[in-house]
Design a protein around this ligand. Structure first.
Ligand SMILES: [Zn+2]
Length: 56
């Protein structure tokens, strides 16, 4: 995966977000009210927000 390491060095592309509990935020697609939604979920406390930035 040469492209992954290139992105990491450039500091762009995949940004990592962390919850206030210290858990890592992962994007997740859920089906709710008849719609598909992409939400951000903390892997540690399972808090769900609409965007990764909302955890700050
Ligand atoms: Zn959390």
């Amino acid at each position: 995966m040469a492209e992954l390491s290139k992105n990491a060095r450039a500091g762009s592309g995949t940004e990592k977000f962390y919850c206030s509990c210290g858990g890592e935020i992962k994007m997740k697609t859920i089906f709710t009210n008849g719609k598909l939604r992409t939400v951000a979920e903390c892997q540690q406390c399972h808090r769900i927000e609409r965007r990764p930035r909302d955890f700050r």
